[in-house]
Design a protein around this ligand. Structure first.
Ligand SMILES: Cc1cc2nc3c(=O)[nH]c(=O)nc-3n(C[C@H](O)[C@H](O)[C@H](O)COP(=O)(O)OP(=O)(O)OC[C@H]3O[C@@H](n4cnc5c(N)ncnc54)[C@H](O)[C@@H]3O)c2cc1C
Length: 322
């Protein structure tokens, strides 16, 4: 029998951890899981059953408002669109009612417990607009750090957006629906915080952290579900080892490295935008592919600059001009 844990928060991270680790007390705010989300997860995300998949994505189209920047396609589905609420509820359903003395605390309260800069991101379901099947759309704006998205969702669209500096993105999202999508019936609009520039904290001195509470969100895409599940799995395993924190950190090394790299790139993107240029509008398909695969590296960016030296000059000029 290992250490008994108390888990605070039952989103993807907390419920996955509780299910995998067992021997837990659980605390969640009353009610079901209603937090809005784009509901897109890479198709290799562990613990996502086929019964919760409601659409698939194998093509990605990128725009700077109406101007298409590029497209990345795969032979097979790269992402699943899931019914996140039903999926999280199903993870919670498997949990035995339990409580008692806890040896350790595991914070899994998402952005409500994370450290680092947060923005509000809004999401709506839209009925009556048809885009290409199995395609995710990302729409950037020239003067803003953030993006709109439109994902297929079983006959509807899951549409959303968030921008650094926009306290309430809802009016912008409704404008996007009217002007970019050309209308449609908006069914449900909700906003929630997202940690865009997270401080990764796997242990805060009094307890472990998993998921977004640990800062495990990719800053450039806002992807947090797969890192939440991966961290839950890693901590459940690490707690059975002799040096849990070291084992936990080791397993998440790759994810943390990518988050730290994306944080630095986001800093550059913000500075370049302030200097009058949106670097993503200069990206090519190679960069966009690495962006989708959470695989951006200094090598990706250097390769871009060698292929498109003019883009490099424009970015450097924007950084200097600021
Ligand atoms: C609009 C929007 C769209 C997004 N789209 C995507 C996407 O398409 N793909 C993707 O991968 N990520 C997306 N994200 C990010 C993703 O939603 C989160 O990173 C992910 O859900 C993190 O999981 P988590 O379990 O760590 O936290 P959460 O999902 O936030 O769950 C935390 C849980 O803890 C509970 N809680 C909080 N504080 C307490 C407390 N004090 N006591 C008890 N319970 C508490 C909350 O009620 C909640 O149930 C999006 C985020 C937003 C806001």
């Amino acid at each position: 029998m290992g250490l008994a844990a108390e888990v605070v928060g039952l989103g993807p991270a907390g419920s996955a951890f509780a299910r995998l680790y067992g021997s837990v007390c659980r605390r969640e705010r009353a009610g079901s899981y209603t937090k809005p989300c784009g509901e897109a997860v890479p198709s290799d995300t562990p613990l996502v059953g086929r019964e919760h998949v409601i659409d698939k994505v194998r093509s990605y189209r990128f725009y700077c408002w109406r101007r298409e920047i590029g497209e990345v396609s795969y032979a097979r589905a790269r992402w699943y669109i899931v019914n996140k609420r039903a999926w999280v509820e199903s993870l919670r359903d498997c949990l035995e009612p339990s409580c008692g003395r806890a040896d350790i605390i595991v914070r899994a309260g998402g952005p409500y417990q994370s450290a680092g800069e947060k923005i509000i991101v809004a999401r709506a379901y839209v009925k009556g607009v048809r885009l290409s099947d199995e395609t995710a759309y990302f729409v950037f704006l020239q003067g803003a750090a953030g993006f709109f998205w439109a994902f297929p969702r079983g006959g509807l669209l899951n549409v959303g957006g968030g921008f650094i500096g926009a306290r309430d993105p809802t009016p912008h999202l409704l404008y996007f629906v009217r002007r970019w999508l050309g209308g449609g019936h908006v069914l449900d609009v909700r906003g929630a915080p997202l940690t865009v520039s997270p401080r990764v904290l796997l242990h805060d001195g009094s307890g472990f952290r998993v998921g977004e509470a640990a800062g495990l969100v990719f800053p450039l895409t806002g992807e947090g579900v797969r890192p939440a599940v991966l961290s839950a799995m890693a901590l459940a395993r690490a707690l059975r080892s002799k040096r849990p924190l070291a084992a936990y950190r080791k397993e998440l090394e790759g994810v943390i490295r990518q988050i730290e790299f994306q944080k630095r790139v986001l800093g550059l993107v913000r500075r370049a935008i302030a200097g009058g240029i949106h670097p993503l509008s200069l990206a090519d398909d190679g960069v966009l592919r690495d962006y989708i695969e959470e695989n951006l590296s200094a090598r990706t960016l250097l390769a871009l600059l060698s292929r498109r030296p003019l883009a490099g000059i424009k970015i450097v000029t924007a950084l200097v001009r600021r």
